[in-house]
Design a protein around this ligand. Structure first.
Ligand code: HGY
Ligand code: MN
Ligand code: MN
Length: 420
């Protein structure tokens, strides 16, 4: 039985999620929304329109992080933050990140409609570039807010066409000093992110809410094997130094090592393979491919990463190839703050719902927001555990549950102002 007066305007929220999904470079039901693309910029404009309609103020920083502020009665107190991202990997679904941004806006609208007045302000943060698609690094916005990725590292980022992050952000309309992006520790009282689970646990357990206890440690690396190339017809097999079979050998070793690791839940993925020159009648001269490896136990992740590096060297030596193993990012696992977990579980009970504690195997902006304030996450079920594919789906009821729990959590953390 729920004990709260909130009413979530689900029709409006689902319409907004549907409209946002059409700002995409892929045909429905897929969504592709890459950082600073026309689709991304149009989606940001749509979000700001909704914020204006809600009568809330917003501002953006030098890289496009967008801050939507609901002032509290005591402006000197650090606000409570919530939020997520609206960029999407190629051929994604419509809920990853979006539920945490539009759902947060609906949570604030419903609290205001219920006459709730917060002691502390509430700030919704739409974080720029959670997905690594364009510049190879995930969570650029939250890393920069946390000071984990400073101005020099941002300026060094290049996309696959060689365009510089700094130039692209300015052409997208985000100028200002990069040094002004980082927030001080304590800038926020807390950060709570609502997100689709992107896995099968909640659906299998038939539980409507996940209360996240931690987020797995993840690493992204790129391996390059360099050979001679040459004519596919005239170079005999014994004379070749072909990097593609080497890459296949390593990819199979990556899969086998993760699949058989005693931890039982290690994951490793080769998601990008670039073959140069990419002609059917040319022997590849260079192959560059990505390795994404994760586990909530950092030692497991580090062991696997070390194994992959050793394998790359061994394969290159045996096949007389040059190789480069470049770690783009290797992040810590995150533990959510017990106080925030308690606030979320209390909100679930007040909403008359059941919850399951779980670890997130996907990374989120919460990993980096956790460097500057106490954090927590709220999950809702993903049908079939699908995500990063067009079949991603969470029902209106599940989304409504998540928004209600988020609203009640924000109310708890912000505190109710004494006078109306
Ligand atoms: O890759 C991730 O875990 C996140 O969805 N970007
Ligand atoms: Mn994602
Ligand atoms: Mn996400």
């Amino acid at each position: 039985m729920n004990t709260h007066p909130l009413s979530i305007n689900l029709d409006r929220l689902m319409d907004e999620i549907e409209t946002l999904s059409h700002f995409s470079d892929a045909p429905p039901p897929a969504v592709t929304r890459i950082l600073y693309s026309e689709a991304d910029l149009a989606a940001r404009t749509f979000l700001r329109q909704l914020v204006d309609e809600a009568g809330l103020d917003w501002r953006t920083d030098a890289i496009g992080n967008t801050f939507i502020r609901w002032p509290g009665a005591e402006p000197d107190l650090p606000p409570v933050a919530t939020g997520s991202h609206i960029d999407a990997v190629p051929f994604a679904g419509k809920y990853d990140g979006v539920v945490g941004v539009l759902g947060a806006l609906e949570a604030v609208r419903s609290l205001r409609a219920a006459g709730f007045r917060p002691r502390r302000g509430v700030e919704i943060v739409m974080l720029t570039a959670e997905e690594p698609t364009r510049f190879g690094l995930g969570c650029v916005g939250s890393r920069a807010l946390a000071g984990v990725t400073g101005p020099e590292a941002l300026v060094a980022l290049r996309d696959a066409t060689g365009l510089a992050f700094d130039d692209v952000r300015r052409s997208a309309g985000f100028s200002g000093e990069l040094a002004g992006v980082a927030l001080n520790p304590g800038h926020y009282r807390a950060f709570v992110e609502l997100h689709v689970e992107q896995g099968p646990e909640l659906e299998r357990a038939a539980v409507p809410i996940g209360v996240v206890t931690g987020i797995a440690a993840s690493t992204t690396a790129f391996v390059t094997f360099q050979g001679d190339g040459g004519h596919a017809g005239t170079v005999l097999m014994s004379l070749r130094r072909d990097p593609l079979p080497a890459a296949c050998e390593l990819a199979l070793a990556v899969e086998a090592a993760a699949r058989t690791h005693p931890a039982g839940d290690a994951v490793a993925t080769v998601g990008i393979v670039e073959v140069h020159p990419g002609a059917s009648n040319s022997i590849p001269s260079q192959v560059r491919f990505s390795i994404d490896v994760r586990n909530q136990d950092m030692q497991v992740r580090d062991q696997l990463l070390q194994h992959f590096q050793t394998m790359a060297e061994e394969i290159a030596a045996r096949r007389q190839l040059e190789q480069r193993f470049q770690v783009v990012n290797s992040d810590h696992a995150l533990r959510c703050d017990p106080q925030i977990i308690e606030a979320v579980t209390g909100a679930v009970v007040a909403a008359g719902l059941r919850y399951k504690l779980l670890v997130s195997r996907a990374y989120h902006d919460t990993v980096f927001m956790g460097q500057i304030c106490p954090v927590g996450m709220i999950f809702i079920p993903s049908r079939g555990g699908y995500s990063h594919r067009p079949e991603e789906y969470s029902s209106p009821e599940e989304i409504g549950n998540g928004v209600t729990v988020l609203a009640l959590t924000l109310a708890e953390l912000a505190g109710r102002a004494a006078s109306p």
